[in-house]
Design a protein around this ligand. Structure first.
Ligand code: KIV
Ligand code: ZN
Length: 524
């Protein structure tokens, strides 16, 4: 059995998903979970892209105990120096530098010829070596690169000091047989390839990212780049949970293993979904709500007789225990704390007290409290804005099939208690209009999404809203057994984050202006 190195890029390529920007605190939280899940390498960001990315990479560098922390850099001194500085405090660090090698990219994007690209590869790797001896190099658009030039670029990268060669299928164009063959050919034709680890980085434009990654492993790749829930640029990247569970479940035909603690998969999937506002499709492999749900009578009957009849892996192996009743309104604080620990959360005593109060309120309203309810409670507590400018005090609505909708909202804003009643096109529109008029915000609602956390008509609603103002985008989340209240909570959570981000942006503007240290990361 050979080890496959798991390189997670949720915080870098994952954040490049349109509409998935994460705050520094959000990234820290995800990194903490990736580290405790024993991901080998965390690509924490693209430090030169923005002050926020730099901060995230340097803060993550300080907290990771197990994982190597990696920063992305294009082939230029500014990018590489910025990555080197951001990674300075990491126990183990890596710089990942890249340049396009396909004729198409070189001609139209880089406007460079082959010799210039080779020169740039040498310079960038030498520059990275000033900061670390763990250097990953990627030929962007590798799967559409002329083979002889690809071999030559890789050879140059290794002889200059690259220790990992990552082969990206940047545009998700490859098919499994051909991508596996590419890795075999790289092994055959690059004379110094034995001095580096081959990695792959597959995009999912044709839905083949995981298949291509597995085919590459069979061909000789020993590192895979992937993201939680498969998020990433365009159609996303290979899903970490699918690759890892494939290796674990099909050892017989794939004699490889990863060091990951797969029991943490469900939690981190939920956390990433809450933070990004990207809900997971119900039939998504491994982490979809239905991934372990047996609906048909024939299947249920088989399962009762022997679970192996229809189950190739256990829900427990990904950290899911069946949706059973876990706690009730008579449960004590100790049991509540133990359950949160079992679910992978490690809150301070103060936070436990706060959450326990919220749990009691929920248990009072809702007879059955499921594990999913606790996950929502905990994840929201983690992602809630630390600074609360607005506090929701009351919401009540009038609506029905024969009357127009109106909402009464009372809230505390900057120590003043304000209230109003307004009409709207439906109750949620009325609530949002009322909040907006009290705060006098120009925030624009871009996404509104509701999810039922569990089954049943008394299920909690989990609402996410994406708000935008002046180029700043935030995600607000809220849950409640009342969908209208959950919506109000999510809207206010978003506004708190927006106000907070706006005030931080004012401070960082000075830094950005002075160093001109900002680029659009979606250009890569
Ligand atoms: O898809 C890609 O080519 C990338 C590179 C930066 C590795 O994300
Ligand atoms: Zn990518």
């Amino acid at each position: 059995m050979e080890k496959i190195i798991i390189f997670d890029t949720t915080l870098r390529d994952g954040e490049q998903s349109a509409g998935a920007s994460m705050s520094v605190d959000d990234k820290l939280l995800i990194a903490k979970n990736l580290d405790s899940m024993r991901v080998d390498i965390i690509e924490a960001g693209f430090p030169y892209a923005s002050e926020g990315d730099f901060q995230a990479v340097s803060k993550i560098s300080k907290i990771c105990k197990y994982s190597t922390v990696c920063g992305l850099a294009r082939a230029n001194n500014n990018d590489i120096d910025s990555a080197g500085k951001a990674l300075k405090q990491a126990k183990k660090n890596r710089i990942h530098t890249f340049i396009s090698t396909s004729d198409l990219h070189m001609k139209y994007k880089l406007k460079m010829d082959r010799n210039e690209v080779i020169d740039s590869i040498k310079k960038s790797i030498k520059r990275a070596a000033k900061y670390t001896n763990d250097i990953e190099w990627s030929p962007e658009d590798a799967s559409r690169t002329d083979l002889d030039f690809l071999y030559k670029s890789i050879e140059v990268a290794i002889s200059t000091g690259a220790t990992t060669i990552n082969i990206p299928d940047t545009v998700g164009y490859a098919v499994p047989s051909e991508f596996g063959e590419l890795i075999v050919n790289i092994k055959k034709n690059v004379i110094n390839i034995d001095k580096a680890i081959i990695s792959v980085h597959c995009h999912n434009d044709l839905g083949l990212a995981v298949s291509n990654s597995l085919s590459a492993i069979i061909g000789g790749a020993r590192q895979v780049e992937c993201t939680i829930n498969g998020i990433g640029e365009r159609a996303g990247n290979a899903a970490l949970e699918e690759i890892v569970m494939c290796l674990k479940t099909r050892k017989d035909s794939l004699p490889y293993y990863s060091d990951l603690d797969t029991k943490k998969i469900t939690n981190i999937s939920h956390l990433v979904s809450t933070i990004t506002g990207f809900s997971v499709q119900p039939n998504k492999a491994i982490v979809g709500k239905n991934a372990f749900a047996h609906e048909s009578g024939i299947h249920q009957d088989g399962m009762l007789k022997h679970t192996n009849t229809y189950e190739i892996m256990t829900p427990e192996s990904v950290g899911l225990s069946s949706s059973e009743l876990v706690l009730g309104k008579h449960s004590g604080r100790h049991a509540f704390k133990v359950k949160l620990n079992e679910l992978g959360y490690d809150f301070s005593e103060n936070k436990i007290n706060l959450l326990f109060k919220k749990f009691k309120e929920l248990a009072d309203k809702k007879k059955q409290v499921f594990e999913e309810d606790l996950l929502a409670l905990a994840d929201q507590e983690q992602s809630i804005s630390k600074v609360k400018y607005i506090d929701l005090l009351d919401i009540s609505i009038k609506c029905g099939s024969n009357q127009s909708s109106s909402a009464y909202v009372k809230l505390k804003y900057l120590n003043k208690t304000l209230s109003t009643e307004l009409k709207g096109t439906g109750p949620i529109d009325a609530v949002f209009k009322a909040i907006k008029s009290l705060i006098a915000t120009k925030a624009h609602l871009v996404v509104y999404q509701v999810n039922a956390i569990t089954k049943g008509t008394d299920a909690q609603a989990e609402v996410s809203v994406r708000l935008e103002e002046g180029g700043i985008s935030v995600l607000g989340v809220g849950s409640d057994i009342d969908t209208i209240v959950a919506s109000g909570k999510a809207y206010i959570n978003g506004l708190n984050k927006l106000i907070n981000k706006k005030s931080k942006a004012k401070d960082s503007k000075k830094i950005l202006n002075s160093s001109n240290n900002s680029i659009d990361k979606h250009v890569i």
